[in-house]
Design a protein around this ligand. Structure first.
Ligand code: ATP
Ligand code: MG
Ligand code: MG
Length: 551
């Protein structure tokens, strides 16, 4: 928004453009296709694509697919869908790091020829031992001084599959005594005898993240390569490759603080565990903090974009209260969601003086202020359903709903008065007998006594039978994966309540999946895209009307 002060990346970019260091801003969003995108990724998407929009630049979507063991086409498809859903368009074709495997391999040969890379036969365990610690410098590998020719020959053999996984690797020759461990001869190619979702069986050696990332940025002409703070101490290595290779551009890396949310886990690996262990019903389960789960739950792209705008971009790590996300979701739905009525736990009400056989169609506004949302038609006959919780035989004055002998207004309809109850053998109330004041449509009762309460209802003769799913926080711990905690043990056992036999106003038969409605007095809901049938839909509660979460 215009009133918000610029963040540090906006300032850097403005200066780079003003001073001609960069002629056009180019960013990228580089997910690894090893899972579905989550709310944390939304921050990076909004940042990278948002900056490109703001400064007239471009943003690429690049699949950072250097690890065939964990990557799948299904994830590629879901990521494309989610970025598009958020409202962003990538520049040109989709990019894959694997598109650059030939070029990256050539650059590895270049380093070898320059005496800046060598094939190392240390086992992964020994290599770790030689690398040293923060306090102790590393030791040179005994293979570090192999000749260029020997290295070229061995690397060729690696590429041809003549060695086993882990038998050797290609390492950059930098400095085993560097205080920054990332510079202690990092591995740039490792053997993985595994087919790749893009390149098939072509390769059995794959570049490391560090070797692939900056060079891919250079190939694509990325000017500002924005990543999260964990990569801050990889930056010297990023720069070393750019300086030591004949790359076509000079991208620079910048870091920002990742999004952490309380009561939430933002890690594809951990979210995958929830899926694999059956604790949720797939990646797009409406309880999941994935973009596909949030979409299925009825969260709008605008709500997520506004949330990302609200939290801002800084370089200091913090934990955002999930209440801020809730606020943003509610705010957007309040402004845009059509209103409707749905009775979750129906209680039959018979209007004893409503003319026998009469049926009328009442009209209700689509939204309290949005005239562009069409009015609704509500069939009305002599029987309606109200919420069980909206009737009591006796109550004190604080209870502003229907009480025996008292009046209440049916929302958008008449004032009724409870006269009698019908109970079953167990003594439960199964029906309320009421009188209806037929002069109260849009009018106060003639005696001038306005009923205190207004309750929602649906026609008992014409309604939509449905199932309603009420979700609560997926985790019941504010920091489910902090410290040494096992997040799987902090899944909220009451995170889903399924109500069947709910009765919605008949117009909701046309509700489209994912499109949000406010069920008056109940919250925001949308039709589920997987479950339910045409005549018996399932509605997901996106969020309640106000914050009811006890902290
Ligand atoms: P995960 O641990 O969930 O797999 P990742 O960082 O490994 O996350 P990538 O697929 O590499 O996932 O992420 C793509 C981009 O999204 C990266 O630039 C990364 O920095 C960014 N990103 C991931 N998680 C967050 C987060 N919580 N907040 C902000 N940006 C994030
Ligand atoms: Mg990553
Ligand atoms: Mg990851």
């Amino acid at each position: 928004s215009e009133s918000k002060p610029a963040h540090f990346l906006q300032n850097i970019i403005r200066e780079d453009l003003a001073e001609g260091r960069v002629s056009r801003l180019a960013t990228r969003f580089p997910p690894e296709p090893n899972g579905y995108l989550h709310i944390g990724h939304a921050k990076s998407i909004c940042l990278n694509f948002g900056l490109a929009e703001e400064f007239g630049g471009v943003c690429n979507l690049r699949f950072d697919d250097t690890n065939p063991a964990k990557e799948e086409e299904e994830y590629v498809d879901s990521i494309k869908r989610d970025v598009t859903w958020l409202g962003f368009r990538w520049a040109g074709d989709i990019k894959y790091t694997s598109d650059y495997f030939d070029q990256l391999h050539d650059w590895a040969l270049h380093l070898i020829r320059e005496g800046k890379a060598y094939v190392c036969d240390l086992s992964p365990e020994d290599a770790r031992h030689y690398r040293g610690t923060l306090k102790e410098p590393g030791k040179n590998s005994p293979y570090r001084d192999r000749s260029v020719d020997e290295n070229l020959e061995l690397f060729e053999k690696m590429k041809n599959g003549e060695f086993e996984e882990g038998q050797c690797s290609l390492r950059a020759k930098i400095d085993m005594a560097a205080p920054n461990i990332n510079l202690r001869d990092p591995v740039i190619y490792r053997i993985k005898k595994m087919a790749h979702h893009q390149t098939g069986g072509k390769w059995c050696i794959y570049p490391s993240y560090d070797f692939a990332h900056g060079q891919s940025d250079a190939i694509e002409g990325i000017s500002h390569s924005i990543c999260t703070l964990e990569f801050e101490d990889h930056r010297p290595l990023y720069d070393w490759f750019i300086e030591n290779l004949p790359v076509p551009a000079q991208p620079r890396q910048y870091e920002f603080a990742r999004l952490n949310l309380n009561y939430t886990v933002v890690s594809k690996r951990k979210l995958k565990q929830l899926v694999d262990e059956g604790l949720v019903d797939g990646w797009d389960d409406p309880r999941m903090p994935t973009l596909s789960g949030q979409r299925r739950r009825g969260v709008t792209p605008a709500a997520i974009r506004n949330f990302c705008e609200m939290i801002g971009v800084t370089r200091s790590d913090s934990v955002v209260d999930v209440g801020m996300l809730d606020y943003s979701i509610r705010d957007d739905l309040d402004k845009n969601a059509p209103r409707a009525m749905c009775v979750l736990e129906p209680l039959k009400v018979t209007l004893k003086n409503y003319p026998e056989g009469k049926r009328e169609v009442l009209s209700a506004p689509g939204h309290p202020v949005r005239d562009d949302l069409p009015a609704r038609e509500l069939p009305f006959t002599g029987t309606v359903y109200i919420e069980k919780a909206d009737f009591r035989e006796e109550a004190n004055k604080k209870y502003k709903r229907l009480v025996l002998g008292k009046k209440v207004r049916l929302r958008n309809a008449y004032v009724i008065q409870a006269e009698d109850v019908v109970k079953n053998d167990a003594g439960e109330i199964v029906e309320v007998i009421c009188s209806v004041d037929l002069d109260t449509l849009g009018e106060n009762p003639a005696d001038g006594v306005k009923p205190k309460g207004v309750i929602h209802w649906v026609s008992a003769d014409e309604n939509l039978d449905c199932e309603v799913r009420l979700y609560d926080r997926l985790f019941d711990d504010p920091a489910p994966d902090a410290g040494g905690k096992n997040f799987l043990e902090h899944v909220n056992p009451d995170n889903l309540q399924v109500l069947s036999g709910c009765k919605a106003e008949i117009g909701l038969a046309k509700a489209e999946p994912e499109k949000g409605y406010q069920f008056e007095r109940q919250g925001y809901f949308c039709r589920d895209s997987h479950y339910g049938s045409a005549d018996k839909p399932v509605f997901n509660r996106t969020i309640g009307l106000r914050d009811s979460w006890a902290k």
